[in-house]
Design a protein around this ligand. Structure first.
Ligand SMILES: Cc1ncc(COP(=O)(O)O)c(C=O)c1O
Length: 392
């Protein structure tokens, strides 16, 4: 696991070789769908995988490869595969583990897209699944069946910031011979390195903190070399969800400042969570950096810092949550997260509007829940903005 000093150097340099032909320092955007071969023999060798090289961007591209190498270095994995979006990373990684007749155990508190893919799409492919609450690793163990081929989870979870014991879930998977896939989007490899705790595969929405500026979509899967090679050959090529070279380049550029941006995101978030916790119109704040959060101690052990995502419940329920969202002036009413700009979402009327109320409440998404992605603005301005929106 790289220490802070090594992480910073890897974030800037890993995977990037500039352009040896021209001397360009920055990794070029290889905006080309196809690559030429010097001979029929060379083309056949590259096609067959006997010789390294590029032939078609859906199969691989030098700019995309640079992103993959940087992420493998930062997560401490053997290899990585970049994808068009975070959901392409999640679906590709899962499809690389399961087939008809298999069973998946997944955490109930997940990003909505991942939850929907596992709940609705996997059964159509003949894969059964069981969702488990965020309370105890023992519940995951109880849900395991002889045909379980995957344990899937995220921590901190979206949008209720539940914390799961990464090492304990990884140990469960190892003891039963079941791969674990963990979504590390909220924490990024700067704050949390699941592979070092025994997880088999890490997935990311690179659209968020890795890109960091809200201007490119992407995803990354990091894991064992053979698994990544098989995913590329047997899943991603055929499903086709590859990232564009330009987006890969934007995300490469974003990652070079991850270690500079992230501490500011986190420091701002801690101050805002403390402000909200003391506010009379706020029922509850979900932020692992608060001592009252049930996962505070565990998060302190497995994370370098508590991240910059939080949610809070406004007193007064559904309408009160919407009023706070309407009242903000600096926070942008926008989905997504990990942007330089602070973002606000009322979950019950937006991201979770399609989830039946009972199911939504069981996931911890209460009527008045508001999710914040804390950006890089002056924290005093953000606190003032939330204060006036809550007072309105
Ligand atoms: C935790 C998490 N994982 C994955 C995704 C999906 O990423 P993308 O929108 O890039 O497909 C999101 C999107 O919000 C997310 O919050």
């Amino acid at each position: 696991m790289p220490d802070a000093r090594r992480f910073a150097t890897l974030a800037v340099h890993a995977g990037e070789a500039g352009c040896p032909a021209t001397g360009a320092l920055d990794t070029p955007i290889y905006q080309s769908t196809t690559f030429t071969a010097a001979s029929a023999a060379e083309m056949a060798a590259v096609y067959g995988g006997e010789q390294p090289g590029f032939m078609y961007t859906r199969y691989g591209n030098p700019t995309i490869r640079a992103l993959e190498e940087k992420m493998a270095a930062l997560e401490g994995g053997e290899a990585a595969l970049a994808t068009a979006t975070g959901m392409a990373a999640i679906s590709t990684a899962i499809l690389g583990c399961v087939q008809a007749g298999d069973h998946v155990v997944a955490a109930q508190s997940l990003y909505g897209g991942a939850y929907d893919f596992i709940r609705r799409v996997l059964p159509r492919l003949g894969v059964d699944r069981t969702f488990v609450g965020m309370d105890a690793v023992a519940d995951f163990e109880k849900a395991v069946r002889p045909n379980t081929r995957l344990i899937y989870f995220e921590t901190p979870s979206n949008p209720v910031l539940g914390i799961l014991d990464i090492a304990a879930l990884a140990r469960l998977g190892q003891a039963r011979g079941i791969p674990t896939i963990m979504d590390n989007t909220f924490a990024t490899p700067l704050l949390q390195r699941p592979l070092a705790r025994g997880v088999t595969v890490v997935v990311h929405s690179a659209t968020k903190y890795l890109c960091g500026h809200g201007d490119a979509m992407g995803g990354v899967i990091i894991g064992p070399k053979n698994y990544i090679a098989e995913l590329n050959r047997d899943v991603l090529r055929d499903f086709g969800g590859v990232i564009s070279p330009f987006n890969a380049w934007l995300i490469l550029r974003g990652i070079r400042t991850l270690h500079v941006r992230m501490p500011v995101h986190c420091a701002n978030a801690q101050k805002i969570a403390e402000f909200l916790e003391g506010h009379p119109r706020v029922e509850r704040v979900n932020y692992p950096g608060l001592a009252r959060h049930p996962g505070h101690e565990l998060a302190g052990r497995q994370m370098e810092a508590f991240g910059a995502m939080m949610s809070f419940e406004v007193k007064g329920g559904y309408e009160a949550g919407r009023r706070v969202m309407d009242g903000v002036r600096i926070f942008a009413r926008a989905a997504s997260l990990g942007d330089t700009r602070s973002l606000i979402v009322h979950s019950a009327s937006t991201s979770h509007a399609a989830v039946p109320r009972g199911e939504r409440l069981a996931m911890g998404v209460s009527d008045g829940l508001v999710r914040l992605s804390i950006g890089l603005e002056a924290v005093e301005d953000l606190i003032e903005d939330l204060g006036q929106a809550l007072a309105a």
